[in-house]
Design a protein around this ligand. Sequence first.
Ligand code: NAI
Length: 702
Amino acid sequence: MALNLDAVGKKIGPISKDYTWKDAVLYALGVGAGFSELEYCYEKDLKVIPSFAITTLYEVMPEALRLTNINVPGMLHGEQELIFHNPIPPKGTMTSEGKILNYYDKGEKKGALVVAETETRHSNGQKLFTSNMTIFSRLDGGFGGENRPRKPVEFPDRAPDFSVDASPAENQPLIYRLSGDVFQLHVDPEFAKMAGFEKPIMHGLCTHGYACRALIQSLIPGEPEKARRMNCRFSRPLYPGMPLRVLIWKTGEGQAVWRIQNVETQEIVIDNGIFEYGDIPKDEVRFDDRVAVVTGAGAGLGRVYALELAKRGAKVVVNDLGGARDGSGEGSASPADTVVDEIKALGGEAVANYDNVATVEGGEGIVKSALDTFGTLDILINNAGILRDKSFLKMDPQNWHAVLDVHLNGAYNVTRPAFAVMKAKGYGRILMTTSAAGLYGNFGQTNYTAAKMALIGLMNTLKLEGQKYDIHVNTVAPVAASRLTEDVLPPDFFAKLKPEFVAPLALYLCSEECADTGNIYNAGMGCYNRAAIVTGPGAVVGDGRTVPSPEELVEAWEKVKTLKGAKTYFQLNDQIGDLIGAFSKPAADAGTAEPTSMSVSDIFKGMPNAFVSEAAQGVEVVFQYIITGSDGGDWYCDIKDGACTIQAGKHEKPVCTLEMEDKNFLAMMTGKLPAMQAYTSGKLKIGGDIMKSQLIEKLFKM
Ligand code: NAI
């Protein structure tokens, strides 16, 4: 099968990995740490070796292989770059997301290179590291692509500044593989022989871990958190038990090059190593080389956003038509010009634009200003606004439309051409401006509150359409002193509400670092919180087939309206999934409807008939099922040589463990609960080799 050339740009993940201090210590032992580096091996004041980052790749790699359709038998992990942003905490969840970055063609029979980039964040919100993994595929060259430009690493013509010897034990791979790389080549003597080796070989990434320890020990002793970047090429296999030597040359402030030698044969087993180290750069939110459009930036909040963005490196289009508070009047160039002058006086770059956001041409003109002046557009803050307050019966169509035209249609008019630019470049940050008046209601503002809530709807869908292109869309609900609020807010409160207090939130939501999309935040006077549309657990009234009466509904009213246990949904499908799931519950609870006519043990009895032996060729796996609840029990499926055995009880060495409540299991196996939804909602817990669980759908057709 040929490489899937369309996979470039295809998304990897999100893939999450929970870990505890024991995983970090197991990895440390796997890469040779011991009593002399107790900081990596003792849970008290534990430090995590930065190369522990590698353990996330064992789930990223299969995803990359699936997307690219690489010829697996000819595949090798060619190069690996890790860029460390923050130290890895001793426990938590690491979530990796990325894409297939590029393909390179070395030529017919010479192979191909596939580069996958992922970024990993911790459950504490911090960006931990970026990985650039190059897979060398021996059997996939000659597709007519470009070859990779060579960037040779120059080694100084002198003896290394540091030389660190290590002797991995004969059993080293047996410990290392417990961190996730369970490929047979590193454990199974027969398999290793078949692959042309005398015996199982070291994992290249295990040797990589030895290098990481040696580099820290030599260059930043006791301070692994100072590792910034580690890059290398895997060049030769190494047998466990062979002594190795890490050779290190300092090449500049915070920079070194390194390679690893097999001491017995003198061969270089890892080459082209680069290591960078130093203090963690403060995670400054910067916008260098970014182009931002801020609408209504001639005054109030927009002016502050524009100034703050420019101070942090952005080139800014300052849009403002310069009308009156209610949108009336001819407009004036002066507000936008003044802000541009202010930015230039600070040494920043900005251009004024006087278009009206309320027209389609105005929106296009604003985006054109960005393209004509700065060549691109990365950030859009839809901020322009007017007010025309009236109680509802006095709200004539003119006042209604004028406000909707600026706030809602204005956001549409500017966002549409901006989104096209962002989609083409694969990056964008869009901020909508709502209002607490819209979120919660405010007397006399039906036009304004309707428009402000409509912007949430616009965000909700745009975030989905932008997801694939790294376009994030969020919404701010500010409270700040401006001409819009001067007669709305009490005077002493007004004095304290500097628009500057809103800017940090707006800026962060527009930054590359911020992973949020589809969120709403209130901001004012230094207080920031998230607002959301939440949905209560509700109640199923009736059996889903007979329409319940209003009286039956009234009886269940407390349950229907409670928000206890409420949750947010990212998109419609998630809510529909729960709706479908809700109907499996009463049926199972009542013990009358179809699903319960089948028991959990019936499902396992039927599994051999549902087994698709053709799909199991070459598959060797044991699935352990732990089904809780009154109908539950333990069963396992042992799949080997195209055959499947189902047994009650626990297997000694399950490859993958699936744990579920009986009613959820029945709902899933009878097609009422999608497996993915069961997993993401926590109804299905998967342990062990999580990737193997994806085989189940192929192996059994229930
Ligand atoms: P502001 O009146 O000081 O600034 C709004 C700017 O938008 C003005 O400079 C105005 O000339 C410009 N503008 C109006 N219509 C325009 C159009 N059609 N095309 C281009 N520019 C136009 O108001 P403020 O308070 O800074 O408001 C900014 C945004 O924040 C608005 O969307 C507003 O609804 C929202 N907001 C403000 C709150 C506050 O407490 N200040 C509360 C909740 C929301």
